[in-house]
Design a protein around this ligand. Sequence first.
Ligand code: CMP
Length: 136
Amino acid sequence: MSNLEQTLSIIKPDAVERNLENEIKEIFKNKSFSILREKKIQIEKSEAEKFYKVHATKPFYNDLCTYLSSGPIIVMVLEKDNAVIANRELMGATNPNDADEGTIRKKYGISIDKNSVHGSDSVENAKIEIDFFFKD
Ligand code: CMP
């Protein structure tokens, strides 16, 4: 039975800066994700703080928000069967050092902060995150 889902993906500043946008999009397309919406933006630190508010109590929160707002990012709505888990598998572990071969973070990630991509961690959060960037 099919279970079509949407998830939010962000190509982070470290990857945009290295011109990896098209390469990373090709990886998603080759894995049968449809890119339903996309835009290149730079956000304010205050917006990054809202986006990552679930991490507000974490020691890395401030650096994380400074980083996400430090340069252009690509935000995308990806769709496929079981998109949330499929995207998380394709991204690999949060820390690129722990990521499996063949994953985006293994291939492009520089550090736990500069880990090239973000993806929603649940269907519920995917809806919240898609709304955050694409509320019309
Ligand atoms: P992301 O999937 O975008 O979600 C939160 C981000 O916080 C995560 O990727 C990492 O880039 C960053 N981060 C920094 N330090 C940590 C940590 N110790 N544990 C989890 N995430 C971290």
